[in-house]
Each structure stands twice: as structure tokens, then as C-alpha cells.
Design a protein around this ligand. Structure first.
Ligand code: SAH
Ligand code: SF4
Ligand code: F3S
Length: 438
């Protein structure tokens, strides 16, 4: 028997890329994964195109592998993900050592593409094929794994926010049939998973076929997952405010496996800017929505995304964003400086002065950090349920996540990976909480 070849995958971008990287590693059956690029027979970069910096990282990373390829001519180098989709053959023009370029909708064709590279051919596939890639991307049976997992239920986006590349790189919104998702969830649970995060670029727009063939909603899917024995926790991300249906809001109040955490990006607090972003919600409608969600689940921890320095954003627009953040009180929030992306409508517009945008980003991040800290500190003295994921850095310490997604450290060697235990929080650090068994 020949030793299996080695595959090194580096993943950038969102959680869907993390999920996709797992599936690609499983699809390349002749390979086993390595953490060391210098040992690899194939290097695969799973890339992100969301901001300019993210996309440029790919080329600097490829530059680093030039020497490896010179020493080992059989080494194959592949680019997957959203940069592959957006730039296609251009990647091979800029970096001729790249052997393979595969877009997110063609991952099921990867084994066949890899075989072609073995004969010295270049392989490029950025189609949006008709066939269901998930059906063809079978997982390797029964390999055990950690207690948390991602599961893609929906992919692509039809919203076309004026700044965003996702509708172009991931394509139109597609939902997987509920029965397939339930099978995959059961398989994950058999392999040791206790918490599943359902993924989609617009996960709450999920409308896959239900078991009886009718269109399902995300809430109905969650209720079916709720019945899977051994699955203890359900999360989902990322949602759009316009797709928060009544049944999903209600599920947050009534489904005990659905965790009290909701990532609901708003992008801006200014209606003028929201309109220019093509977001089709207002600051007011977003705040009303959160009121309804909190009425269903008062302790829910809210999270969001913001863009500052969108074209034409004035100081008054930015102030409206700060006001919205004050009104919501986020447990977590992610903020980004606007980055012009080729091919998107906003790329045509005049940009805000870079120093001004930097200054706004700093002010927003300072406010968000204060909110995050104070919500984290409010956990001290409370008892939360923690799902333990792995040993901590200190001897005898375990780390896990509370219902609210806070990282919690506990010094207790009797705790096991995969265990859910009530923990009394005793202190709050910069990015995590510490506690003891309640
Ligand atoms: N709905 C998607 C959003 C993906 S992008 C999801 O599944 O997560 C994540 C965040 O990146 C967006 O919410 C937005 O805040 C930010 N973003 C997107 N395009 C951007 C751009 N051109 N410049 C800066 N930030 C951007
Ligand atoms: Fe991008 Fe907007 Fe779609 Fe989110 S909803 S993926 S920000 S276009
Ligand atoms: Fe990036 Fe594509 Fe995800 S652009 S954020 S990897 S959908």
C-alpha cells in the first residue's frame, strides 16, 4: 500500500468556508490532512473576496509557496472559494504555478479536477451547475469529531446589497431539502456532535422542501432538528432582518434547544445610507424587530455587523449608527471599514475620506467594546450552561461556550469534552469568562 498523499488546506472568510473546507477534505479521498504546508502534496486555499484585504491575502500567500513548488514540482496548488469564483482564470495568469481553480458551486467536481492536475493539466471550474453539489459531496462515514459542527442549509443570496460580492461569488439563493439536512445532522450526532450551527448567507430565508414536498421555513427545520436525540443545541447564522418570520421569532421563545443568541446584521443606523445600500429595512423597523424578538426571548444576546464609511456617509449618518448601537446594546458586533469591490453598484460611487472612515471605525469599535464588556461582566454571579469543547491553555482547565456564545474557562479536570455543565461565573476577562461547577 502506498502512503496517502498529504493535503494542506488554509481557510479564509466566513463559517461557510470552514464547512466547505471540511467537505473538500472529505471529497479528496486519497489524501489525509496535514497542518504543515511543506509536507503537503496538495495545497488548497479556500478564499474570501468580501473585502479587498481578504482577496489580496491570497496572492501574498501564493507567493510564499513558490519556493515549495520549486523544490517539489509534483506539489499541486489549488485556489477554491470566493476569490476563485470572482477571478477565475485571472488567478492562473497572475500566478502561473496555480494548478487548480474551483468555485464554491463546483466542489463536488474536485476529485475529478485533482486527477486532471496529476497528468499535468490545469483545471478550472467556476460554473454554477444544475446538479446538487451537496448530494455528491458525501462525507466519510463515522469519523468521530468534536462536539460542535457547522451544517450548510442554504447558500447564495438574492439581496444584492450595493457593497457586497456574495450574490456574485455564491450565486442565487438555494436551500437544501430538509430530509438531507436531518440525515446529515443525525450523522453528525452519531459522530459526537452536540451543537449544530445551521449556515447560510441568508439562513433565515431558508425555504427548502420539507419531508412532504411543501416549502419549509427555517423555524420548521429547527423544530425537526429539535427532535433529534443527542443533539442538544441549535444555532443559525447569518440572518437578514427582512426574513425574520413570525414562526422563527416564536421559536426563540419556545424551542429549548435553540440558543439565545442572534446575529442580525444591520450595517448602518441611517435610513439614507440603508437606502443607498439597498438594504430594504430602516433603522426603526430593525429596532422594532429586536423588540419583538426580545419579547419572545428576553435574555437573547444580540449580535450584528456594521459598515462605516459607505460612499456618501456623513457625520450625521454615522451618528445615527452610534445611536442605533446605543439603543440595541449588542453582546457582540463586528464592524468594518467600507471596501470598494469591483462589479458591485457602490464601487461606482465617490468614497468617504479614508482618514475620516478610520476615525469613525475607531469610535464605533470603542462603543461596541464597551457594550460587549458590560454584557459579559453582567454574567458574573450567574449560572450558565457550558458546552465544553477542548482543554484550555492551563493544566486541568477546560474551555467551552455558554448559551450566549461567551467563551468560559473552568479549572476542573473532571470536566469532559462534549459535556454540558451548569457553571457559576466568577469573573470576566478581556475575551472570556471564568467559572466553577455550580
Ligand atoms: N449575509 C452574509 C454577510 C456576509 S459578509 C453572511 O452570511 O454572513 C459579512 C459582513 O461583511 C457583512 O455583514 C458586512 O458587514 C461586511 N461586508 C460585506 N461587504 C463589505 C464591503 N464591501 N466592505 C466592508 N464590509 C463588507
Ligand atoms: Fe451580502 Fe447583503 Fe446578501 Fe448579506 S444580504 S450576503 S450583505 S448581499
Ligand atoms: Fe467571504 Fe465568500 Fe464567505 S466572500 S465571507 S468566503 S461567502
Amino acid at each position: 500500500m502506498t502512503a496517502p498523499k498529504k493535503l494542506f488546506i488554509k481557510t479564509y472568510g466566513c463559517q461557510m468556508n470552514v464547512y466547505d473546507s471540511e467537505r473538500m477534505a472529505e471529497a479528496l479521498a486519497g489524501y489525509e490532512q496535514t497542518n504543515a504546508p511543506e509536507e503537503a502534496d496538495m495545497i488548497l486555499l479556500n478564499t474570501c473576496h468580501i473585502r479587498e484585504k481578504a482577496a489580496e491575502k491570497v496572492y501574498s500567500e501564493l507567493g510564499r509557496y513558490k519556493g515549495l513548488k520549486a523544490d517539489k514540482p509534483d506539489l499541486k496548488i489549488g485556489v477554491a472559494g470566493c476569490v476563485a469564483q470572482a477571478e477565475g482564470a485571472e488567478i492562473m495568469r497572475r500566478q502561473p504555478m496555480v494548478d487548480l481553480v474551483v468555485g464554491p458551486q463546483s466542489y463536488h467536481r474536485l476529485p475529478e479536477m485533482e486527477a486532471r492536475t496529476q497528468t499535468g493539466e490545469k483545471a478550472l471550474d467556476t460554473d454554477f451547475p444544475e446538479e446538487d453539489k451537496f448530494e455528491r459531496l458525501k462525507s466519510r462515514p463515522k469519523a468521530s469529531r468534536g462536539p460542535t459542527a457547522f451544517l450548510t442549509v442554504q447558500e447564495g443570496c438574492d439581496k444584492f446589497c450595493a457593497f457586497c460580492v456574495v450574490p456574485y461569488t455564491r450565486g442565487a439563493e438555494v436551500s437544501r431539502p430538509a430530509a438531507r439536512i436531518l440525515d446529515e445532522a443525525r450523522d453528525l450526532v452519531e459522530r459526537g456532535v452536540r451543537e449544530i450551527t445551521l449556515l447560510g448567507q441568508n439562513v433565515n430565508a431558508y425555504h427548502g422542501a420539507g419531508p412532504d414536498g411543501s416549502d419549509y421555513t427555517l423555524a420548521r427545520l429547527i423544530w425537526d432538528l429539535d427532535k433529534v436525540d443527542g443533539l442538544e443545541r441549535i444555532r443559525f447564522t447569518t440572518s437578514h432582518p427582512n426574513d425574520m418570520t413570525d414562526d422563527l421569532i416564536e421559536a426563540h421563545g419556545t424551542c429549548s434547544k435553540l440558543m439565545p443568541y442572534l446575529h442580525l446584521p444591520v450595517q448602518s443606523g441611517s435610513d439614507r445610507i440603508l437606502k443607498r445600500m439597498n438594504r430594504s429595512h430602516t433603522a426603526e423597523s430593525y429596532l422594532r424587530l429586536i423588540e419583538r424578538i426580545r419579547a419572545a426571548r428576553p435574555d437573547i444576546l444580540m449580535s450584528g455587523d456594521f459598515i462605516v464609511g459607505f460612499p456618501e456617509e456623513t457625520e450625521a449618518d454615522f451618528q445615527a449608527t452610534l445611536d442605533l448601537v446605543e439603543a440595541v446594546q449588542y453582546g457582540y458586533a463586528y464592524s468594518f471599514k467600507y471596501s470598494s469591490r469591483p462589479g458591485t453598484p457602490a464601487a461606482e460611487r465617490a468614497e468617504v475620506d479614508a482618514a475620516e472612515a478610520d476615525d469613525r471605525l475607531q469610535r464605533l469599535q470603542a462603543l461596541i467594546t464597551r457594550q460587549q464588556r458590560s454584557i459579559q461582566e453582567s454574567m458574573v454571579g450567574r449560572t450558565v450552561n457550558v458546552l465544553f469543547e477542548k482543554p484550555g491553555r492551563l493544566e486541568g482547565q477546560m474551555v467551552g461556550k455558554s448559551e450566549y456564545l461567551h467563551a468560559v474557562h473552568v479549572a476542573d479536570p473532571t470536566l469532559k469534552t462534549g459535556e454540558i455543565a451548569p457553571i457559576r461565573i466568577v469573573s470576566s476577562g478581556a475575551n472570556s469568562l471564568a467559572g466553577t461547577r455550580a
